[in-house]
Design a protein. Structure first.
Length: 78
C-alpha cells in the first residue's frame, strides 16, 4: 500500500489496462471485449480512471468552432 492508500494487486493492473485503453482512444465496446467484462458500464465506471487532463485533451482535439473567415469574391467577379 502506498501513501495514498492504493494497493498493487490484479485489479489495480486491470484498472491501469482499462485506463490506458481509454487514453489511447479505444472505443468502449472494444475495451469491454478486451477486458472480458459483461457490461460497458463495468469497464467505464470501475476499470477506467480519467483525470481532468484527459477530458481537457479530448476537448482540445475537437475542431475549431470559429466562423470561416475566407473572403468571397464579389458577385460581379471583382
Amino acid at each position: 500500500m502506498d501513501g495514498a492508500g492504493r494497493v498493487l494487486d490484479v485489479h489495480a493492473l486491470r484498472v491501469t489496462f482499462g485506463t490506458m485503453l481509454a487514453r489511447a482512444g479505444v472505443g468502449l465496446a472494444t475495451a469491454q471485449r478486451l477486458m472480458r467484462h459483461s457490461t460497458p458500464a463495468l469497464t467505464a465506471n470501475v476499470y477506467t480512471v480519467l483525470e481532468l487532463t484527459d477530458t481537457g485533451a479530448a476537448v482540445n482535439a475537437l475542431p475549431s468552432m470559429q466562423a470561416n473567415t475566407v473572403e468571397k469574391e464579389s458577385y460581379n467577379g471583382e
